[in-house]
Design a protein around this ligand. Structure first.
Ligand code: MN
Length: 133
């Protein structure tokens, strides 16, 4: 069965690129454009992984991560922050918010899948076939 990844990202271009790359590797992608919608989708679909933009409208990624970690059922889902923030202390703040890892934007399409797969259990990784790129 395909693993599902929830992408919480307000930038359409970033969401498109991440979706394109991950779908090619056999993942099912669900996209939310803001934190509130992302949390609602997470409870509904129980994704295998969440990719979380930090700079989001209304509710920032730190708050989204805190909210997800407060929920017993959702707290087990690994959250990987994807952010252009690279300031001193941001990494610590992201990890303190409950994220398992951090990927900097702009993403590198050749290493992105391997980067996120380190946070997925063996049986949840994609089919390993990189199609067309
Ligand atoms: Mn953003």
């Amino acid at each position: 069965m395909k693993s599902t990844i929830l992408v919480i990202e307000d930038n359409e271009k970033n969401a498109y690129l991440v979706t394109f790359i991950l779908e090619k590797c056999g993942y099912r992608i669900v996209h939310a454009r803001d934190g509130k919608t992302g949390i609602a989708m997470a409870s509904q679909i129980k994704p295998d992984l969440i990719l979380l933009d930090i700079q989001l409208p209304a509710m920032d990624g730190y708050t989204v991560a805190h909210e997800l970690k407060k929920d017993g059922e959702l707290s087990v889902i690994p959250i990987v922050a994807v952010t252009s923030y690279a300031m001193l202390g941001d990494r610590e703040r992201i990890l303190a918010a409950g994220c398992v890892g951090y990927i900097e934007k702009p993403i590198n399409p050749t290493t992105f899948v391997a980067e996120i797969e380190q946070y997925l259990p063996a049986g949840k990784k994609g089919d390993g076939i990189r199609r067309g790129y």
